[in-house]
Design a protein around this ligand. Structure first.
Ligand code: ADP
Ligand code: MG
Length: 248
């Protein structure tokens, strides 16, 4: 038998929330090396909370998170970044008054200084517009450029797993295409990616597998191609009543 790809992330029975409010309620999921996995679900389902719980920004109340075999449950966010998880948060969270390059250097803080130049070259290669605007402050970038910067900053940490929360939110179709093109490239280079995306159709088209989250739990999981054909998924998350006959 061929050997299974290595498991990068494995989540078992994960619970997390805010105070007494349970938001993530018993999540099991797995992401293998080199996979692009998408998590879809309605607003308020708990997707962002799950991502935050994975990287230690929201402390899990039960369950385990394993990363490359190591138990990282309740690891502090900075240590999680050092371990190799990088989150591109919803809303980007850039430092507006700082330049593109300074924002990127902050992303590289967890790595060895000697890697910074190479990392910069890599992200400028991926997003050439950031190289052109390297001295410009983040606040003056367009929404699309800011999203690219947020992705680039996460990459500066040289992650083994990239987590993205709604990278297409509020962006024009042309820019969304560019962002997904970059994710595709990163995947082709072997990076493992866990994506939360409101545009479920677009995300699943680029993904190997998907999970559907409903009120804090996984309602459905499967190959992305199968989820794209699933009647419930089509009706609820793909806007099949609108998307019918839509071209790619
Ligand atoms: N900081 C917070 N404090 C309290 N409740 C929160 C907080 N963030 C999110 N929630 C609640 O948790 C639930 C899930 O939110 P969220 O994880 O952002 O869902 P999604 O990303 O799927 O839209 C929502 O009911 C939301 O109101
Ligand atoms: Mg969210």
């Amino acid at each position: 038998m061929s050997s299974e790809p290595r498991t990068v992330l494995s989540v078992e029975g994960l619970h997390a929330g805010y105070g007494h409010v349970a938001v993530v309620r018993g999540i099991d999921m797995r992401v293998a090396e080199g996979e692009l996995v998408t998590l879809i679900g309605a607003n308020g389902a708990g997707k962002s909370t799950l991502l935050k719980a994975l990287v230690g920004l929201v402390p899990p109340s039960a369950g385990t998170v394993r990363f490359l075999g190591e138990d990282i449950t309740r690891m502090r966010p900075e240590r999680a970044v050092r371990a190799g998880l990088a989150l591109v948060p919803e809303g980007r969270m850039l430092f507006g008054p700082m330049s593109v390059e300074e924002n990127l250097e902050l992303g590289a803080q967890v790595t060895d200084r000697t890697q910074t130049v190479g990392s910069l070259e890599r992200v400028f290669d991926l997003f050439p517009v950031l190289a052109e605007r390297r001295s410009q402050t983040a606040a003056t970038l367009s929404g699309g450029e800011q999203q690219m910067l947020a992705v680039a900053r996460a990459l500066m940490a040289r992650p083994r797993l990239l987590l993205l929360d709604e990278p297409s939110l509020g962006l024009a179709p042309k820019v969304i295409k560019e962002i997904f093109g970059a994710l595709r490239k990163l995947k082709d280079e072997g990076l493992t990616i866990l994506l939360v995306e409101q545009d479920a159709r677009l995300a699943l088209k680029h993904s190997d597998r998907g999970y559907v989250m409903r009120t804090g739990s996984i309602a459905l999981a499967g190959d992305a191609a199968d989820l794209l054909e699933d009647d419930d998924v089509r009706l609820i998350y793909l806007g099949a009543w609108r998307g019918e006959g839509e071209s790619s």
